[in-house]
Design a protein. Structure first.
Length: 196
């Protein structure tokens, strides 16, 4: 009899409240306590209101601290509770286990597109030449002309920047990939391409 599969993501009673400092310190609850579990090889779509979706994903990735509950992530054979981790363990989990594609590309200005896409691999000790080769293959697949690879993404349209952002998210083969409305700024043809 096989052992039960441990969930990749196991969230229970997670909640998040923001303090609105410019509104007299009033509190705004973004997420009330909720429960969610995802096993390996599952894909999920949250039909929650937009701000709630983003808050949940940012809590899983570690951009937002959770106010309570548990966010268990299976990381390198153990389950880490991201509600109470050390900063170092949270960063290690984000680098090696969780990928994140936001709605907007945030990249260092004047860095070539191919290096922006390759950066997650380089940060995890992939040799630069190998990382750039994989980035080039992905950019080719996304129909980016090689003459654009040396340009910084800041020179591209919003939709083109988002395709760079998606490539950057997909380049690492991580166990968990969080997608926060990644196709929202793409034109209809590219949205259709990503849907297939």
């Amino acid at each position: 009899m096989s052992a039960p599969v441990t969930a990749m993501i196991d969230i229970s009673n997670a909640e998040k409240t923001f303090t609105m400092h410019l509104q007299g310190g009033s509190n705004c609850r973004s997420c009330a306590a909720f429960r969610f579990m995802s096993n390996p090889a599952n894909a999920w779509c949250w039909p929650a209101p937009r701000r709630r979706q983003s808050s949940i994903l940012k809590m899983i990735f570690g951009n937002y601290r959770c106010d309570g509950g548990k966010i268990g992530i299976r990381h390198q054979g153990e389950v880490i509770d991201l509600v109470r981790p050390s900063r170092a363990r949270c960063s290690a989990c984000a680098r090696a286990t969780i990928g994140y594609v936001s709605q907007f590309l945030r990249a260092v200005p004047r860095v070539a597109t191919i290096d922006v896409v390759a950066e997650p691999l380089i940060a995890n000790a992939t040799p630069r030449a190998e990382a750039r080769e994989k980035a080039g293959a992905l950019l080719r697949r996304l129909k980016y002309s090689e003459r654009l690879w040396a340009l910084p993404p800041s020179t591209f349209s919003g939709g083109e920047q988002q395709r760079v952002n998606i490539a950057r998210g997909f380049i690492s083969d991580l166990p968990i990939l969080l997608l926060d409305e990644p196709t929202a700024s793409l034109d209809a043809a590219n949205r259709a391409w990503w849907s297939n």
